[in-house]
Design a binder for this molecule. Structure first.
Ligand code: LLP
Length: 404
């Protein structure tokens, strides 16, 4: 997004015109940003050409997944629904990995039928269940096991997954046991060691520590894995000051790891692919003046964008038309939902705003729409994809009838 003649613009389309034509709240994605992110991601790790499995949970829009697929990416899914949408988008099942701590019998059956690349198991019980179903189906199923490396990802506690107190993965003792179990099984073949320590990681050191744990574990195991799945988690910068993940150092650490352990690397990035491609456009319904501050009540709410309420996340807010005049009051941007956490940001020195004007919230492409809900029985927003000056509606606004 940038201002052209004081108008906030996505590729070649102004935010103002989108709001007029398609109504608000609306999620808009930039195709060129998506392309740039994918090409950069590939470039960062090109020396070992990993299999990049887009984490569907970050954005489940089938049209966006279709675009991502065209760059050769696979998918990381965590439910039958996500597996179905990945397949619907045309992703080759041989590029799909299935993660998650609680895959049901039905989900495992479906994944086996679809012949996906790997089911990444996260407990002994799950391995036994996959084995049982594979036997019934008389199929040899390829699996991975997720290790919990007890590594602090140094990110928000709510999105940290790699410490021993977290529910994810198995410890090295259980891993050892499961490796020998799989060696003796006729129905499952253990092909992958997987790990994912958390999300929105901006420092390469936790990744280095994670790789050290994997290296030590592999030394002890003496088992050759065809794949090492390093998960996702690469953070993006939500404000311009924030530190950035040093991809060179992460790439270097992986190359060092691969010298000793030659396997195909899998990544499961979500946010780093789609996060900064999306903005949420919203209209100001009312401005309510208080002695201390003014509440800017938007038509977008926590049901449309949960991240601020869930994690205290900050998404930059920009007015659709730039003006010089600043407000003397502090603006608190809120939604209309009956919860005090339905609040996006409190900003000082913002330009003066008027009712019915339009603003855009940045970097909402990942875990924006996918975390949205119908709370307060509000219909879900629509989504559009912008390519230059072309606009494609990629999800229609939900109708009230769908909610009744
Ligand atoms: N692989 C696994 C097994 C995961 O659990 C996740 C994210 C990913 C890959 C993708 O991680 P990414 O590259 O997007 O960081 N709702 C939160 C984020 C939760 C992430 C959950 N797992 C947020 O809005 O920040």
């Amino acid at each position: 997004m940038k201002y052209i003649n004081k108008k906030l613009t996505i590729e070649r389309v102004s935010v103002e015109s989108i709001a007029k034509k398609y109504n608000t709240p609306i999620y808009c994605y930039s195709y060129s940003k998506l392309k740039e992110n994918i090409l950069n991601f590939k470039k960062n790790f090109k020396s070992f050409s990993p299999l990049i499995c887009f984490a569907i949970k970050s954005n489940t829009n089938v049209n966006l997944i279709r675009e991502i697929k065209k760059f050769g990416l696979g998918a990381d899914v965590v439910s039958k629904g996500e597996l179905m949408i990945a397949i619907k988008a045309g992703i080759n099942p041989k590029k799909i990995v299935f993660s998650g701590v609680g895959k049901t019998t039905d989900e495992i059956r479906y994944a086996i039928d679809k012949k996906i690349l790997l089911i990444n198991a996260e407990s002994k019980s799950e391995v036994l269940e996959i084995d049982r179903i594979a036997k019934l189906k008389k199929k040899k199923v390829f699996i991975g096991i997720r290790i919990n490396p007890n590594t602090d990802a140094k990110t928000l506690s709510q999105i940290s997954t790699g410490k021993k107190e977290n529910k994810f993965g198995v410890n090295s003792k259980t891993l050892l046991e499961l490796v020998s179990y799989c060696k003796n099984s006729k129905n499952i073949k253990l092909k992958c060691l997987s790990v994912h320590i958390g999300s929105q990681i901006l420092n390469h050191r936790p990744y280095e520590k994670m790789l050290n744990v994997l290296d030590k574990t592999l030394n002890k195991l003496n088992y050759k894995f065809e794949f090492i799945d390093l998960g996702g988690g690469m953070g993006i910068s939500y404000d311009n000051k924030a530190e950035k993940l040093n991809y060179k150092r992460y790439n270097f650490a992986i190359k060092k790891f691969l010298k000793k352990n030659s396997s195909k690397i899998i990544f499961e990035p979500g946010r780093s692919i789609i996060g900064n491609t999306g903005v949420l456009i919203s209209k100001i319904v009312y401005i309510k003046k208080d002695s201390q501050k003014s509440f800017v009540i938007l038509d977008a709410a926590m049901n449309d964008l949960m991240r601020p309420a869930l994690y205290g996340a900050i998404h930059k807010i920009s007015p659709s038309i730039k003006r010089i005049k600043k407000s003397k009051k502090t603006y608190e941007f809120v939604g209309p939902i009956c919860e005090s956490t339905d609040k996006f940001s409190t900003l000082k020195n913002f330009q003066e705003l008027k009712e019915k004007e339009v603003v855009a919230m940045s970097d909402v492409g990942a875990y924006g729409m996918s975390l949205s809900s119908n709370y307060n029985l509000r219909p879900k927003a629509s989504e559009i994809l912008i390519k230059g000056s072309k606009i494609k509606v990629i999800r229609k606004r939900q109708k009230y009838n769908d909610l009744m």
